[in-house]
Design a protein around this ligand. Sequence first.
Ligand code: NAD
Length: 271
Amino acid sequence: MADEWVFPKGELMRGKRGLIMGVANDKSIAWGIASQLAAQGAELAFTYQGDALEKRVRPLVQSIGADTMLECDATNDAQLDSVFDALKQKWGKLDFLVHSIAFSDKNELKGSFVENTTRENFLRSMDISAFSFVAAGRRASKMMERGGSMITLTYLGAERVLPSYNVMGVAKAALEASMRYMARDLGPAGIRVNAISAGAMRTLAIAGIQGGRGLIQTGREWSVMKEDTSMEGIAGCALWLCSDLGRSTTGEVIHVDAGFHIVGVPSPDGE
Ligand code: NAD
């Protein structure tokens, strides 16, 4: 539950301004990250995807004293332009970007990848889940004249084959590669670009994957820490990357999954 998260308060982000893309509700990873960044003094603006989500996102945004909410479908270039135009007018500069957006047709997040994947959904999944980071990052970089930090959210399905993750795994692989090319291009301007590979979390996004709850259970049972990935851990990693603490780290995929990703074969019970 969101109200059980415990985020340390402080001043690490005081004076920094950033855009959070991908809050759908109080369980969203983007909301966990935003809550931590706000607790450390960051000034935040948010995008939301359409009117239906606006009603859920507004009270959250108000609860941390923020007031900038901008509609943005990540496939809509005109909306992306108007988001960054509005931020330019309001703030002039931007210090960080949090991209926490993904989508695929849930009918293709089950069964056979080979048989179930359509051209239409393959391209749509890539557009929303991978290219949108490039599209937003390009616009954000124009406002980061004094350097900055961009992060995106990925999952182990980019690197390994996991049940039902299918076309989303392909999109996450493209997202991670895009992140590295962005880090190369933007590095000379002092802009760092990284990805957090989070363990399975109980959010709307995972509900669309057949057996998504099983990914959470397996993530816990196989993890070397024998526990669920915590929102505090993901948000803490985001804080490190978005703050000056992370100043020499770029082009990385950082796993925050209680050590799930290092396990090849789980230990027999009791060992
Ligand atoms: P979520 O459903 O709360 O967030 C997904 C967000 O994507 C929503 O806010 C939704 O509005 C947005 N989105 C989808 N299509 C969009 C579009 N066309 N335009 C703009 N926004 C759009 O779920 P979440 O789990 O918080 O997911 C956030 C990110 O974390 C995703 O990239 C997801 O793949 C990644 N991730 C999730 C998990 C997990 O287990 N939940 C694990 C690792 C990585």
